[in-house]
Design a protein around this ligand. Structure first.
Ligand SMILES: [Zn+2]
Length: 220
């Protein structure tokens, strides 16, 4: 179907197709297996996924110059003093200095995490060590074996209830490090609509890929 893809040869038991949020297709295949065979087999799924990515691009491109914050698009206007106004969905930014805004986002996330990680871990009866805020390229958050939690600054783009899902998900990893059935059972207990949340997270991830403001944050 005139598709560009890269092939990764690995002795896997089950050949698979991976599609990145920007639409790159990667085939993971054991030696000797024809890539076209896998493409044929998964054609319907691949087309569906690429269609979703294309739709998201169309949907979010008109807002690419706006700040995606708490699930809403905010206009950034040059102002005398720094202000974020949720009612008018506007950010007043002195000198268009995005560093001021980035620092504010980090402080907001820090404050929210300080409370929520503490709250959810005491509810789940788990202990954590440190909480980091990073700008991860591939994930919303992660949990290390030693009990450190890392959260992506891009979480600030999400509506609060989706952020809650990510936090609960990571805190649940302090009990079950892997995505085992026990892990999902625990998550479901505190966030029953987790499947829906995962779907929305994928859409937000796509929105962020075509958002200039969030892309610029990466460079400052
Ligand atoms: Zn996980």
């Amino acid at each position: 179907m005139g598709l560009n893809y890269t092939v990764i040869r690995r002795p896997v038991k089950y050949p698979r197709v991976e599609i990145s949020p920007t639409g790159e297709v990667k085939l993971v295949l054991p030696p000797g297996v024809d890539p076209e065979w896998l493409i044929e087999k998964k054609r319907e799924w691949i087309e569906k996924k690429l269609g979703e990515i294309e739709n998201a691009r169309k949907k979010f491109l008109p807002f690419s110059k706006m700040l995606l914050l708490n699930g809403e698009f905010y206009e950034i206007v040059k102002g005398e003093e720094f202000r974020v106004n949720p009612k008018f969905r506007v950010v007043l930014l002195p000198g268009n200095d995005l560093r001021v805004l980035k620092k504010w986002l980090r402080d907001q996330l820090r404050g929210e995490l300080d409370f929520k990680v503490r709250l959810f871990s005491s509810i789940l009866g788990v202990k954590y060590r440190r909480v980091f805020i990073r700008f991860q390229r591939t994930k919303w958050a992660s949990c290390s074996e030693s009990g450190n939690l890392s959260f992506n600054l891009m979480l600030m783009a999400l509506p609060e209830e989706l952020r809650d899902y990510v936090i609960i998900h990571e805190v649940a990893h302090l009990k079950h490090l892997r995505h085992s059935p026990g892990f999902w059972e625990l998550v479901r207990g505190y966030y029953p609509k987790y499947r829906e949340a995962q779907k929305k997270l994928r859409e937000y991830w796509l929105a962020l890929q075509c958002n200039d403001v969030w892309r610029k944050f990466r460079k400052i």
